[in-house]
Design a binder for this molecule. Structure first.
Ligand SMILES: NC(=O)c1ccc[n+]([C@@H]2O[C@H](COP(=O)([O-])OP(=O)(O)OC[C@H]3O[C@@H](n4cnc5c(N)ncnc54)[C@H](OP(=O)(O)O)[C@@H]3O)[C@@H](O)[C@H]2O)c1
Length: 362
């Protein structure tokens, strides 16, 4: 038997079998990092196609060449039906589509792909957080034992939150409530604001540090966290819908339709919006946190809370996430999952982990 050190330094190819044919949709920040891992993994898996929003490329030997050069030279417009058909025609045992976009249109294909026997690995939240009627088709497929849908990267950038809730639910453990800080950028902002910085200045620093979405209103409106709650709640067996999550937006009403530049320049309106939300936020502590919570009846809320110094949420730093799960067995002391909840490396690692699980047939 090798030591732990030896195991850690085994070449990647020893972990893999040449069983997967893979198409990656969305070679952006996270997708490119995943592709780095894929192309460094010798020829153990077959990377067949890469597609962005406008073009796609494919080759039997993409992994050996440069997917960037192939994509840049490609004249082929992105057509997901064509991409999937070619994937389907490959002779690999398992054909996998990796969705690393944030596109509703791409997510709308997940059900068809699964129904046609493809495996899906996704960082894209839209299918799992879709409106109830749409989601039911996906939920029905996910109940089939042969369905392969790896979604750890959709919440907490791969922290084992989905898997934990799933395991508790499968074990029949009654979930009393769960929640916490599910947005890294909001942890950064609330830490700065609790330390006395003006909200508009904290936001400017977060934007400059690349911690927010290109349009920071996508972080501040609370909907991204609400979607994560829906995904987690459904995994915990609740019939939760986005329309039922109570969300306190931190985007001033008059700036919802402004350009990003106008929004970022309207500092005092943002400060006033935060001040109002802090004043009415539940809690009496001195530390402000952006929190999403779901109780056992499926009541869900996203918004600011004032927590005390000794609350676990108060100790968060950087862009960390922290999720507390209360169940029958974890009643007094919750089960806590904490760590980086955003980031290119950890999200790409979560996708990679999904591919490894598919490869092992777990
Ligand atoms: N960044 C993080 O820390 C993080 C953490 C957790 C989860 N995620 C999730 O990971 C996903 C990707 O995030 P990212 O930060 O890598 O985003 P990104 O840098 O904006 O990349 C998005 C990619 O998706 C492609 N794309 C968009 N619409 C498409 C379409 N209709 N068809 C094909 N390709 C399309 C884009 O192509 P073009 O370049 O042609 O537009 C781009 O390659 C998102 O769902 C995000 O929520 C990200």
């Amino acid at each position: 038997m090798g030591s732990a050190d030896n195991l850690a330094t085994l070449p990647m190819s020893r972990c893999l079998a040449p069983e997967l044919a893979i198409a990656v949709i969305g070679p952006g920040r996270v997708g490119s990092r995943l592709l780095e891992r894929l192309t460094a993994a010798s020829n153990a898996w077959q990377l067949l196609s890469v597609a962005n929003s406008t073009r796609m490329t494919e080759s039997k030997s993409l992994a050996e060449s440069s997917w960037q050069a192939s994509l840049a030279a490609s004249q082929q417009e992105t057509d997901l039906d064509v991409l999937v058909e070619r994937l389907w025609n490959s002779d690999s045992k398992l054909k996998v589509v990796v969705d690393v976009t944030a596109s509703v249109d791409v997510a709308a294909h997940h059900v068809d792909w699964l129904a046609n026997g493809l495996a899906v690995v996704t960082a894209n939240k839209w299918a799992l957080a879709a409106p109830r009627r749409q989601y039911r088709d996906l939920a029905r497929l996910l109940e089939q034992p042969q369905a392969r849908y790896e979604a750890a990267a959709t919440v907490g950038a791969g922290l084992p939150v989905l898997a934990t809730l799933d395991a508790l639910h499968q074990a029949g453990e009654p979930i009393i409530s769960f929640g916490g800080c599910l947005s890294g950028s909001m942890t950064f902002l609330t830490s700065r604001i609790s330390a006395g910085q003006r909200p508009c200045q904290a936001l400017a620093d977060a934007v400059a540090g690349g911690l927010t979405e290109p349009d920071p209103r996508a972080d501040l409106d609370g909907l991204d966290v609400a979607r994560k709650l829906v995904i987690l709640g459904r995994r915990a067996g609740l019939d939760l819908d986005l329309s039922e999550v109570e969300v306190d937006s931190l985007v001033p009403e008059g700036l919802r339709d402004a350009t990003v530049g106008e929004f970022l320049a309207a500092g005092s309106a943002l400060d006033a919006c935060w001040a109002g939300q802090v004043e009415t936020a539940p809690g009496t502590g001195q530390i402000v946190r952006h929190v999403g919570r779901v109780d056992g009846q499926g009541r869900a809320r996203v918004g600011l809370e004032k927590v005390s110094d000794n609350d676990a949420l108060a100790s968060l730093a950087g862009a960390d996430n922290l999720i507390e799960i209360h169940t029958d067995c974890y009643r007094e002391t919750p089960l806590v999952i904490r760590g980086p909840g955003a980031g290119i490396d950890v999200t790409a690692l979560a996708l990679w982990g999904g591919l490894c699980r598919l490869d092992r047939g777990v």
